[in-house]
Each structure stands twice: as structure tokens, then as C-alpha cells.
Design a protein around this ligand. Structure first.
Ligand SMILES: [Zn+2]
Length: 173
């Protein structure tokens, strides 16, 4: 229900399972719930799906009621700003890594969470985005995991450009 014809992250996750990667952890910080990803991996217990997204709002899915032992939806209020994300990515995400013990991280990177994005209500600043990216990098290092990013939402080209630079700075090494 988004703008993609093919779901890159879900396709990759399924491929990696076939390649004998046993536990895959998808982090989806796009502003919208990844309803397609969730549906595609819903019966794959070894693919963990973690998503933060504004709720209620388009596409209408992603409530905690849809969660199970490998689906972790964390809906946030539509006007949520950095503090909300500091808490979720600073604490909750790491606790999930502790319990799930994934072998690789796939990231649905949606920069439409930024406050200047024209089509979403979230109020995350560049600092907030930097925090999320750094946290993912820290977790990858701590647990010695490879991490693969896929660019997803982001509808303000200036924001996208700046986020690309932030991403490059954090992941250059
Ligand atoms: Zn989006």
C-alpha cells in the first residue's frame, strides 16, 4: 500500500533464510507502518520485524494487537518528536536484540520521519535521526552483525540529502 512495487527488505529477508542465515532482524523506522513487510514475513518465525510508525494513520495497520513473538510494532503518536524515539531506540530495541539474538540486521530506512517531511506528521529532527542511525550501528558492532540498509520513504529532497550525509558520516567506517 506504499509507493513500492517490490518489497526489497522482505525479499532480501526471505532470500537470506534460504542462504541459511538463521535469524534476521528487520528494523523499520519509516514513518508509515510496513504493512507489506509484516504480512510477507508474518509466518516466518525466524524473521523478526520491528517497526516504529505514527498511529493512527496511513496505512491503518501496525497496532500492538498485531504483535506476536516475532512481530514488534511500536506505534507512536502522530506528533511524536525525538524524545519518544530516544526512548524506544535507546532502550527497547536493545532489549529485543538481547532476547532474539539475530545474525543480521536489515533496515527499512524511511527518512519521512523528519519534521520537514511534507506527507507525514512526525516531528523528528536531524538529531533524532542521527541517534537512531548511531544506535543501529552500535548494536551491529556490539553483537558483531552485518547491517544492510534499504532507502524507503522520504519526500523532502533537502531532508533526504542531509540524511544521506548523516548516514555516510556514521557508517563510513
Ligand atoms: Zn513512509
Amino acid at each position: 500500500m506504499g509507493f513500492c512495487i517490490f518489497n526489497n527488505i522482505a525479499t532480501l529477508a526471505k532470500f537470506l533464510l534460504k542462504e541459511n542465515i538463521k535469524k534476521i532482524f528487520i528494523v523499520d523506522f519509516d514513518a508509515h507502518h510496513g504493512n507489506g513487510t509484516q504480512e510477507i514475513v508474518y509466518n516466518d518465525r525466524d524473521i523478526y520485524y520491528f517497526s516504529t510508525h505514527f498511529y493512527p494513520g496511513y496505512p491503518g495497520t501496525g497496532s500492538k494487537d498485531e504483535n506476536n513473538e516475532h512481530i514488534f510494532n511500536v506505534p507512536v503518536d502522530p506528533d511524536s518528536s525525538d524524545e519518544v524515539f530516544f526512548n524506544i531506540y535507546g532502550n527497547y530495541l536493545e532489549s529485543l536484540f538481547e532476547s532474539c539474538k539475530p545474525e543480521i540486521i536489515l533496515v527499512s530506512a524511511g527518512f519521512d520521519i523528519h519534521e520537514l517531511d511534507p506527507i507525514t506528521p512526525l516531528k523528528v529532527s536531524y538529531k533524532g535521526i542521527e541517534f537512531i542511525l548511531e544506535k543501529i550501528k552500535n548494536l551491529a558492532e556490539k553483537y558483531n552483525l552485518k547491517v544492510i540498509f534499504s532507502l524507503e520513504g522520504g519526500y523532502n529532497l533537502d531532508v533526504l540529502k542531509t540524511c544521506g550525509k548523516i548516514f555516510g558520516e556514521i557508517f563510513k567506517s
